[in-house]
Design a protein. Structure first.
Length: 240
C-alpha cells in the first residue's frame, strides 16, 4: 500500500509530458487566400507578432494564428485542451485589409502569441496601431505609419514615408534603394535605432533629445533627401 502513492507520483509526470506533446502548439484561426487587389493594410488591437512581405513570386494572402509561449504553456496544455484560439478578425474592405487583434480572455493562462503573416502587392501602404508588437517588414511599401506604446520594428526594402510614434522603440530600417523622396520621422521616449541608406548617400537628419548618442558616417546635408527627423527623451541612433 505504501508503494501505491509513490507509483502515482512517478507516473503522473510522464502522463503530463505525453499529453503536452500530443497537443498542437499552433493553430491557424483565420486565412484570406487572395489579396491581389489590396493596396493598404491596417492592423489594430492587442499585441501581436507581425510578418509582412511584398513578394511577387509568392501568392498574395494573409493568415492569423495563435502560438503558446512561455514556461506555463506546457502545464496548461497538460490539463486543458487549449488550441490557442483568439477573438481576432480579418477582412477586406475594398482595397484595404483590416486586421483587428483581440487576445483570448485574461482568465486564459495559456500565454498565447497572435501571429500575423501576410504577403501583399508591392506599393501597399501599412498602418499598425497596437499597444505592443514586433514587426518584420520585408519589401516595397508606399508608406509605413506605426503607433503604440512598445514597438520592435525590422524593415528591409523601400518606403517613401516612415512615421513611428511610440513610448519605447527599437527599430532597424534598412533601405535597399534610395529614390531621393524618402522621409523618416520617429518620436519616442526611448529609442534604439539603425537607419541604413547605403554608401555616400547625402542625408538631411535632425535629432532632438534630452540625452542622445548619434553615430553617423557623414554630417547632415540640409535640404537633401532622404530626410530624417528624430525626437525623443533618450535616443541612440546609427545612420549609415
Amino acid at each position: 500500500m505504501n508503494g501505491f502513492p509513490m507509483a502515482i507520483l512517478l507516473v503522473m509526470p510522464v502522463l503530463l509530458a505525453a499529453s503536452a506533446s500530443a497537443l498542437p502548439d499552433k493553430v491557424s484561426t483565420t486565412a484570406i487566400p487572395d489579396l491581389s487587389g489590396v493596396r493598404a493594410v491596417a492592423i489594430s488591437g492587442d499585441a501581436s507578432s507581425i510578418n509582412i512581405t511584398t513578394r511577387s513570386d509568392q501568392p498574395y494572402g494573409a493568415s492569423l494564428s495563435g502560438r503558446r509561449k512561455g514556461w506555463f504553456s506546457s502545464w496548461y496544455s497538460s490539463w486543458y485542451f487549449a488550441d490557442c484560439r483568439d477573438n481576432s478578425n480579418m477582412r477586406v474592405d475594398g482595397t484595404v485589409l483590416h486586421i483587428d487583434i483581440a487576445a483570448s480572455s485574461w482568465l486564459d493562462p495559456s500565454d498565447c502569441v497572435i501571429e500575423v503573416n501576410a504577403n501583399v502587392p508591392a506599393g501597399a501602404a501599412l498602418r499598425i496601431d497596437q499597444s505592443a508588437f514586433t514587426a518584420r517588414l520585408d519589401g516595397h511599401f508606399s508608406d509605413l505609419a506605426i503607433a503604440g506604446k512598445a514597438a520592435d520594428v525590422t524593415f528591409d526594402g523601400h518606403a517613401s514615408g516612415i512615421d513611428i510614434r511610440a513610448d519605447a522603440v527599437r527599430a532597424s530600417l534598412d533601405f535597399d534603394r534610395v529614390e531621393a523622396d524618402e522621409r523618416v520621422s520617429i518620436r519616442a521616449r526611448a529609442l534604439d535605432a539603425y537607419l541604413g541608406f547605403g554608401d555616400s548617400v547625402p542625408i538631411d537628419y535632425r535629432v532632438t533629445a534630452k540625452a542622445s548618442w548619434v553615430d553617423a558616417r557623414q554630417p547632415s546635408v540640409p535640404g537633401a533627401m532622404p530626410r530624417v527627423e528624430i525626437d525623443g527623451d533618450f535616443v541612440r541612433v546609427r545612420i549609415r
